[in-house]
Design a protein around this ligand. Sequence first.
Ligand code: NAD
Length: 479
Amino acid sequence: MTHHPNYIGGEWVAAEAHVPNVNPSDTDDIVGEYALADASQARAAIAAARQAFPAWAALSSQRRFEYLDQIGSLLIARKHELGMLLAREQGKTLSNAMFEVERAGYTFKFFAGECLRMQGDHVASLRPGIDIDVTREPLGVIGVITPWNFPIGIPVWKIAPALAYGNCVVFKPPELVPACGWELARIIHEVGLPHGVFNLVVGKGRVVGEAMTTSPDVNGISFTGSVAVGRQIGLAAMQSGKKVQLEMGGKNPMVVLDDANVDLAADAALDAAFYFTGQRCTASSRLIVTDAIHDRFVAALRERMRRITVGHALDPATMIGPVVSEAQLAQNLEYLDVGKREGARLVEGGELLERPTKGYYMSPALFVDTANGMRINREEIFGPVAAVIRVRDYEEALHLANDTEFGLASSICTSSQKHAAHFRRYSQAGLVMVNLPTAGFEYHVPFGGTKASSYGSREQGRYAQEFFTTVKTSYMRPI
Ligand code: NAD
């Protein structure tokens, strides 16, 4: 079995220990053995990034554009090969995995363009004979820490802007799914990015992640993951004086009103609650449905759920792959018990499934007769489990949609312009959808949430520059 080393200062650096990357569709299939870095390797990566920073920040924007554009082209050209790897290590279907890789390629291309679009302001001074310029400068060294659900998509939407705006990067992928991050490092090496500008250190959060979040030589941390870890990272970053951007959990509501198109609503709920095995931070886990459409909506959704095929990620017939790991599967099953104990009625799915290969398979689960106060409606499950909450009218639906500590995504299905417009204005979420699933977004516009879901400035699109740059105001008296 090939050992995959770390990538530090332009060199492939072996680690003392390794972690097997297990295919959740077939636990006999080991995708590879990946380095488990120690803290000294994390420190070496940070030092390499520091050293590379002045030259990278001073490089012409044309050259930076070329590097990023080339990385994007290679990702797109290899979408099938990398999609296969992604599907094997994470368990999402091959078509979804290929889409994620291709999207990562286009994200690099978008931020390649950003290298050329950097602007500042020339401002009139209050005093005669003085010029004021407001410009953006890179932060320095950025630590990128990511979760297991989008092994290439999420890292790229942080790494591409970090590099575009002139920063150097130390990237720690999750040790559960490091293969795609490792392949990204290989592509970056291939295009010849100057040594140290990008570094990869695979390892545990408590070791590599903490070395990054506590180091005084890291200027910013861009993190996506759970609320608990995000808050720890926020505190550590604050104590060591760095900028921090945290994208965390969700408990996203989809509201279905009496006047909704029931087929459209059931399709949207099926997609957002169960596709990608429910392992999306933007998944719809609370389906808030008004009285008159409730039974028709539940029947339409159940009928669609019964047609879902759960199977091996590489099987073309599969619509939903396995759960990512044994621990996550155990957590999903535990929440099914919690829901039943709380009095919710499980009307569909929630069974362990056997398939020709040994994997973490379960059927998507639907609860009805649930209350918004139940744990299954308060806590993020992060699996293919959704709960229906019956309400009287739009006002109660909006109230319950907002009655959560989270605020990432929300959706409403309705044919009423009035309710749609009101929801867009008053839904307390960073992403609001009308007649669309809560999940599914585009890379050229900002992404992020409110309340406990996010902290710091937005990711993606041009808004990404808020985090990855700092603003300088310079005054000059020409003589
Ligand atoms: P996690 O918080 O357990 O881990 C995320 C990353 O943090 C991993 O790389 C992990 O190794 C690292 N880490 C863990 N402890 C650390 C520490 N003490 N210091 C530094 N780094 C540490 O999350 P997960 O289980 O990988 O992912 C699932 C979570 O991610 C869910 O809560 C989900 O909602 C969230 N998520 C959010 C978004 C978003 O954009 N809002 C997107 C995807 C996933």
